[in-house]
Design a protein around this ligand. Sequence first.
Ligand SMILES: [Zn+2]
Ligand SMILES: [Zn+2]
Length: 254
Amino acid sequence: MIAISLQSGSNGNCIYVETEDARLLFDAGISGVKAERRLAKRGREIRDVDAVIISHDHADHVGSAGIFQRKFALPVWITEPTLAWTLRRRDLGRMSRIHYFTSGQTLSFGQTRVTTLKTPHEGVDGVDFVITSRGKRLGILTDLGHAFPGLPETLATLDAVFLESNYDEEMLARGPYPPALKARIRGPGGHLSNEEAAALMATSGNNLRWACLAHLSEQNNTPEKALATHRRLLGESIALSVASRYSVGRPLKV
Ligand SMILES: [Zn+2]
Ligand SMILES: [Zn+2]
């Protein structure tokens, strides 16, 4: 299994995962042009993708679902509440090839399995993902809300993970956001800090070959700070990288 982050952060999310028998895009939060170009940069054709799977109703995850479908003829997988809530606030344009799933359901694409995990993040029906192929397990765990019950146990089963490491606690505290927004980010429906994500991995990330830190805040974090916090708690035991807000990552093998 190979994973490539096309972009990660509040400015748009899209992660490509390729297994022996499936090519999947997780979230459609960047423009069609960007997704197509960034995949092409890694030798992949977006029209070969089998499914676009949406995690939740925030624009940085679902905003381009309609475009991906119309421009590249891609089937979109989404839960009914997520689509309904999205359509109340934004026009995704005409969509025809929609596959509904329920949060918690496991989806099959050939021999590849995608388990969806319900999250307490503030979207209406948010999920995260575990992709299983040939006995290897990859997690895409962002927009988590908080380290909810079951999350450490899931993490303990993974070979590799994209893990949310959204903000540095000190930068958020000193930063320019209004108090209400700071509270929302820190709150149970917000995002994980560097410290929280690192603590989670330190207690349950023993099997991980690599972790790619994801959904970093522009205002309240830097890749250097995120990496330093994780290194401090984890030592050198896990290969660490950061999913960029601005460019396509290198292919990561699971
Ligand atoms: Zn997000
Ligand atoms: Zn979100």
